[in-house]
Design a protein around this ligand. Structure first.
Ligand code: HEC
Length: 104
């Protein structure tokens, strides 16, 4: 049973990967975060590099439980955005993190 849950979680992860992009758009994140260029916010690529191998830490940041590491001086602009995603499920946050990390 436990194995089955793990397998389902893995399958779910890959299915949800597509949703990470949709959540990113739907929540307006794309208006400040471009794939390769820094605009109002840092480029997705820069965020993916900073969080490479640190998906758990990225999810904590998205939950408002970890300090910023990419551009802390501008966190005042990013902080209110976290309220837009505070009701996302763990699966959705995981997909969102996967989407961000895919820009490495
Ligand atoms: C109004 C512009 C704006 C919007 C909208 C926005 N961000 Fe940001 N974001 C920023 C800025 C500025 C920074 C740099 C400050 C920082 O590093 O926390 C940032 C930083 C980040 C970081 C890096 C955090 C770190 O460790 O430094 C992540 C991840 C992130 N944003 C994700 C998101 C997501 C997901 C959304 C959509 C819910 C979003 N952003 C919407 C402006 C924005």
């Amino acid at each position: 049973m436990r194995k089955l849950v793990v397998v389902l979680a893995l399958i779910g992860g890959s299915v949800f990967a597509a949703d990470g992009a949709a959540i990113f758009k739907a929540k307006g994140c794309a208006s400040c975060h471009q794939p390769n260029a820094d605009t109002v916010g840092p480029a997705l690529k820069k965020m993916a590099q900073a969080y490479s191998g640190k998906k758990d830490q990225l999810i904590k940041f998205l939950k408002g439980q970890a300090d910023p590491i990419v551009d802390p001086a501008k966190f005042a602009i990013m902080k209110p955005q976290l309220t837009l995603i505070k009701n996302l499920s763990d699966e959705e946050l995981s997909a969102l993190a996967d989407y961000i990390l895919s820009f490495k």
